[in-house]
Design a binder for this molecule. Sequence first.
Ligand code: CTP
Length: 459
Amino acid sequence: MNGEIEGPASGYNRTMKVMVGVSGGIAAYKAAEVVRALQRHALEVRVTMTQAATRFVQPLTFAALSGHRVMTSLWEMPTDASPDAPIDHIAEAQWADLLVVAPATADILARFAHGLADDFLTTMYLATSAPVVVAPAMNSVMWEHAATQANVEMLRRRGVRIVEPDAGPLACGMVGPGRMAEPEQIANAVLNALGRSHDLAGEVVLITAGGTREALDPVRFLGNRSSGKMGYALAEAAQSRGARVILVTGPSALHPPIHCEVVRVTTAEEMRQAVLARQAEATLVIKSAAVADYRPVVVAEQKLRRQGPMTLELLPTEDILAEVVRRRRPGQLIVGFAAETEDTVEQGRAKLLRKGADAIVVNDVGREEIGFDSDHNAATFLTLSTAIDLPFMPKRKLADRVLDEVVALRRPQSLLVELSSTELELQREMPVREGSSVQQDETALRESAAPRRKALMIE
Ligand code: CTP
């Protein structure tokens, strides 16, 4: 299996898919803005409308925005559909990572609550196991009616997330709660429900994990205690934040995340070949593998017999991280790991300088409760100018914290392409404070632009 690729073909990108359900209220026109907001967060969007919604907005509007046919009926089939084609609402239910209904009328809330399934949207609601978000919009008396509130409560108890309507002037002339929440607020609820901030969408992340093994003879090897847990956690976290992940892994008992591409290797040299072969595709390289530093000069063809004292002659392996840095393509971020047992931060910084990576995650592997084979870890994220303490926490959480810091490294470069025109205006208006560093100005600007931020890559 060494060097062989498993999993989806390259080009796969785990972009999250969202079905937007539009039901028939005056706020249906604002659903177009919801679609745009979701797309700005790099989510793939399709739309389904109830018959009533089509009286307010033409399906063509949503077809143009989503680039996809809009489902409006249980009974319409594409003309070329074969009789054994899957029934669409089931296929769409399986396609979606999340269903968001905006606007959700009192009627659609009641039908969801009571399990009615007499149109495409209500049938899809029953047929999906994905998270569901609803953004109610209606007249305030209807919203406050005991029947509506009971339905909302029932849905909430079932795990449906409710984006509460805002209070304000309503289309019917009344003033009160019932106005659909702002599109960006609905998009944020979607991102929260997906459990991720999709900030690595469009990135290709090459991650190395586990330890390598150097054979001594057909049954023995020189290895290390790395379990692969940290690297696999990083792969899962990067993928769930929208990246396409290539995981180059030494032997490990763990199951890799299902959607990432896995390249299995055994020796340091195989890992080197695999990493260099895929480096050009990557926008971000994270080297969490514990690579053997030495390999035996001679690998015995037959099992070595016990014959008194023995001396092993070893040769250093190639430093893959340093080689990756030498071959770095423009815009590629490179993050290493360092396993240290003493003076961790000083050693880590020396390693960062020596290897030329953008950052190094330093682990104190001498501590019993963390590091190899543990489900927990603590680390310091080191760059040339910063040392960020990542205290004791589960490795999966630490993986997200490491990625947060990596994304922060990316921002100053990608800032300009991240910004929409409004944000650019904001940038022009912003006074350059005397004595403040460029970094500080960018931080302030990024914070103000945060809700609409989309991580993009600059070549
Ligand atoms: N690394 C590598 N190739 C090697 C050895 C290490 O790419 N042959 C990478 C690791 O994946 C890690 C970083 O270098 O990202 C630091 O690894 P570590 O084992 O801590 O450091 P070494 O380079 O081996 O240095 P030392 O043995 O002096 O601690």
